[in-house]
Design a binder for this molecule. Sequence first.
Ligand code: KMH
Ligand code: ZN
Length: 275
Amino acid sequence: MKKLIITCAVTGAEVTKEQNPAVPYTVAEIASSAYQAYLAGAAIIHLHARDDDGKPTQNKDRYEKIIKAIKEKAEDVIIQVSTGGAVGMSRDERLTPIVLNPEMATLDCGTLNFGGDEIFINTENDIIYFSKALETRNIFKELECFEKGHIDSVLRLVKKGYINRPLHFSFVLGTNGGMSGEERDFMFMKDSIPKDATYSVAGVGKFEMPLARCAIIEGGHVRVGLEDNLYIEKGKLASSNRELVERVVLMAKESGREIASPAEARFILGMRKQI
Ligand code: KMH
Ligand code: ZN
């Protein structure tokens, strides 16, 4: 089996310090949390930016400062900027950080309810617009799919030439409004993508660790982090992103799966031809 690529989603746009004081906001906090996750085994950092008070922002300068601070310590780590941003942001606001030409970025592949009155909007034209923006800059796409219909949309857009290979999916399961995160949901998702595609799974909340285990066993890859889940176990807050990554590394060890370095992750995903 291929080595396991661990992505750490360090802060996101929705979770708060009130929910878990370990959620990083400032440049220094996000960079330090990302570095600790990298030391524990994360090859990819899924990055959102926040203002010092925690408000989500897609501001270019803020991303630039965070990326610089991460790279100062973890030079080879893969930075994956979010183009999802936060609910309510416009297309172009969401795309702002790609002007920094990061190695990787998310491409959200469908609209979904996001709890209460919130809708995370990704129309077909949005997806085409985002895909073109990323491909023009040669930024590697992670195709975020929150339910099976999103995979179907991707495959339709691949056929029409709007999304090009390599196809690397992220199944984000267990959101409030998306597909649930039971093992059968994961199996359905992974069996629905082309054979030459790769995938990572991000289980939200209580689904994080059980789905990480499934992906480890099935040869997929894993995303964990405070963006997706605030707890290390039922009723016990995670002390850091690092602790969540360490838990995955332990599970991988138990299953005999080695952890991919950033260089190995680039090769496995087809971002580079050689390690
Ligand atoms: N914060 C969500 C609205 C992504 O990073 O691309 C979107 C999100 C997905 O987190
Ligand atoms: Zn995100």
